[in-house]
Design a protein around this ligand. Structure first.
Ligand SMILES: Cc1cc2nc3c(=O)[nH]c(=O)nc-3n(C[C@H](O)[C@H](O)[C@H](O)COP(=O)(O)OP(=O)(O)OC[C@H]3O[C@@H](n4cnc5c(N)ncnc54)[C@H](O)[C@@H]3O)c2cc1C
Length: 638
């Protein structure tokens, strides 16, 4: 008998979710990490969410994962972003207490049952020949399967499923200007040996880099020069089945901007950046560039925003979001002195860059299992992504799918049409990535359908069927679904009298009354209309529970965006229907005159083999696909 069903290597955001998902599926799980007190430690600023990332966190919660709940239990500042924009891009963003986040994650993993937490460094993967692997690529004559791991201190553990999530630690190197240190994060050890073992199993590795901003002493900042970003007081957090606990204390974040002097100083000393001097060779995150990179790429921007964020309730440290850098400490001190509010800021920890080993996720199957090594799953930063949310989402999927394969069950049915997580996994495993991948709302072609407000309704049924939810979460999901039905019914049947219209402040009043749903269509909040019109069953006993409010919000969005949603759904259906339609290898994309020239050239270069593949080519819109389908149909007829 194997020591464990599943072994997870790495206690970062990916590893913690992987172990938790495995435990939910009743696997005997070992989580092996170099420092148990650093579980889910946030390497950069302790912030979760924002557009697309916040959607991922809600989806993780809908699938029974931990990130949303741990954030809700430890945040000190929470805001809904983009409230002035459309429903598809609205998302929560939380500033957590870094230490509390890590502690809370450890507490929840310990409470989950079935997870053995082991401190140690995994140095090698034990494999054996496998003749039945579904993963064998045609070029491979001796596919391998995993059977265990070895730790640096000699301990060995057996398992037929191993989830590898080493983050930025695999041969990690940190850079501050021309100084170089061995480490997965500044002041932390790197994992030097695991890469060699993976390499010898035939898994190709490459180098990527990411960076972080300087941290400053909070007593050295001049707050009178800054704009405060206050927390909102809201019951709804990242958890979809339960209300967030309101914290005892809120802390403000602050906003300032770089100046012309900042830019001049950085540009004149840019050769002191490890990135620009060529000391770092790995590709960095395009959508989270260092300040020196931003100034080169956007020379016309006069002031880049700098968000000043607390590290936690009792922390003396503030994080400077937007100033990620690998410039020397001396230059960092210099450029801070040119930014309003930070003129006298004392650096507690410098900004730095880290370079590490990663795989190209094209090496993985859609369930995140390695094509070359059966039973080996990979997740997180190691797969070429950047961000806590992206890491956690992959961890959940890898941990769940590794468990489901042991149970002889199908993997989680996550796809581009039902989730951001589906978009993430599909992008990674079908297109691969050679630079750190970050989730953006623009990556999801069905983003109006993948909203923050409907995460539980989209993914809850899958999570429940696949055994990822607790009994309480299943009950909450059922209640939510019932409440949605009853809110819909209340809105369509309730009549709002003239007197009630006056109370609501309706401008175009109707003497014979109006349907509640018509007022919601005009932009009134569903909860407010039902409260005035007396929709008792929709409000729930006691005037409106968290789930009742979630149901109202959801129905409100569905009513207000009904036209757009209908179009998005029919486009999604059409694309699904046509996804398998083959594009002949000699198809001439340059003839598609209705497409942008750049799109035609891009398609001509990449030569997608089907409409499904063409749909995933960056820049190809649903309208482009419609034109392509018509052209293919014409060609067939001809
Ligand atoms: C300097 C820096 C700046 C960043 N900036 C941002 C940012 O601004 N925003 C953002 O969203 N993300 C940022 N990130 C990325 C973010 O930290 C990662 O995306 C996220 O933490 C990845 O999670 P993970 O679980 O994949 O890996 P990590 O969080 O890196 O965790 C890896 C874990 O694995 C353990 N481990 C590694 N190898 C072994 C081994 N062989 N044996 C046992 N244990 C092992 C480590 O001890 C660690 O606990 C930054 C990262 C760094 C390092």
């Amino acid at each position: 008998m194997m020591d464990y069903d599943i072994i997870v290597i790495g206690g970062g955001h990916a590893g913690c979710e992987a172990a938790h998902a495995a435990a939910r599926l009743s696997m005997r799980t070992a989580l092996i990490t170099m420092e148990l007190d650093a579980l889910a430690r946030m390497s950069c600023n302790p912030s979760i969410g924002g557009p697309a990332k916040g959607h991922l966190t809600r989806e993780i919660d809908a699938l029974g994962g931990l990130q949303g709940a741990v954030t809700d239990a430890t945040y000190v500042n929470l805001r809904m972003l983009n409230t002035g924009k459309g429903a598809s891009v609205q998302a929560l963003r939380a500033q957590s207490d870094r230490k509390a986040y890590s502690r809370e994650m450890k507490r929840r993993l310990a409470a989950a049952g079935g997870i053995t937490l082991i401190e140690g460094e995994a140095i090698s993967l034990e494999t054996r020949r496998c003749f039945t692997a579904k993963t064998a690529s045609p070029s491979q004559t001796q596919p391998l399967e995993v059977c265990g791991i070895q730790l640096a201190d000699g301990r060995c553990y057996t398992a037929t499923r191993v989830v590898v999530c080493p983050g930025t630690f695999a041969r990690g190197r940190c850079f501050v200007g021309h100084e170089q240190y061995v480490g997965g994060r500044l002041d932390e050890r790197s994992a030097e040996h695991l890469s060699t073992s993976l390499d010898s199993c035939g898994l190709p590795l490459h180098r990527l880099k990411t960076g972080t901003s300087p941290r400053v002493d909070r007593r050295s900042v001049d707050y009178t020069a800054l704009s405060p970003q206050l927390s909102e007081w809201r019951e709804e957090g990242f958890e979809v089945y339960a209300p967030a606990m309101l914290p005892a204390w809120f802390l403000p974040c602050w906003l300032t901007r770089t100046t012309a002097d900042t830019h001049e100083l950085i540009m004149s000393r840019q050769q002191e950046s490890a990135l620009i001097s060529g000391l770092i060779s790995g590709a960095g995150p395009r959508y989270c560039p260092s300040i020196e990179d931003k100034l080169r790429r956007f020379p016309e921007t006069t002031g880049h925003p700098v968000f000043i964020e607390p590290d936690g309730l009792d922390a003396e440290v503030l994080y400077l979001q937007g100033l990620s850098t690998s410039l020397s400490l001396d230059v960092q001190r210099g450029f801070l002195s040119t930014i309003p509010g930070l003129e006298h800021a004392v650096i507690v920890k410098p900004g730095y860059a880290v370079e590490y080993d990663a795989i190209n996720p094209i090496e993985l199957l859609p369930d995140l299992e390695c094509r070359r090594i059966a039973g080996l799953y990979c997740a997180g930063q190691f797969n070429g992504t950047s961000g806590y949310e992206e890491a956690a989402a992959q961890g959940l999927v890898a941990g769940a799918n590794a468990s489901l394969s042991l149970l002889g069950r199908a993997p989680l049915p996550l796809a581009r049409e039902n989730s951001y997580i589906g978009v993430l996994i599909d992008d990674l495993t079908t297109r691969g990535t050679t630079e750190p991948y970050r989730m953006l709302t623009a990556r999801a072609e069905h983003r109006l359908l993948l909203r923050h407000d409907n995460a539980a309704l989209r993914l809850g049924p899958i999570a429940s069927d696949w055994g990822l939810l607790t009994a309480a979460q299943c009950r909450a999901l059922d209640e939510l679904r019932q409440r949605v039905v009853s809110v819909q019914a209340e809105l369509t049947t309730r009549n709002v009298s003239i007197e009630q219209q006056c109370r609501l402040g309706v401008k175009d009043k109707h003497p014979r009354g109006l349907k509640a749903v018509d007022l919601v269509r005009r932009g009134f909040a569903a909860g407010e209309v039902l409260a005035v019109a007396g929709g008792a069953s929709a409000m729930g006993a006691g005037g409106g529970s968290y789930l009742a409010q979630s149901a109202q919000k959801h129905v409100e969005v569905e009513v207000q965006y009904a036209g757009y949603l209908e179009r998005a759904r029919s486009e999604s259906e059409r694309i699904k229907q046509y996804a398998k339609m083959a594009i002949p290898p000699d198809f001439d994309f340059s003839q598609l005159s209705s497409l942008l020239k750049a799109t035609r050239e891009h398609l001509g270069r990449l030569r997608p083999a089907s409409i499904g593949q063409a749909a995933r080519v960056p820049g190809v819109t649903p309208a482009d696909l419609a034109n392509l389908i018509v052209a293919l149909q014409k060609r067939r007829k001809a």
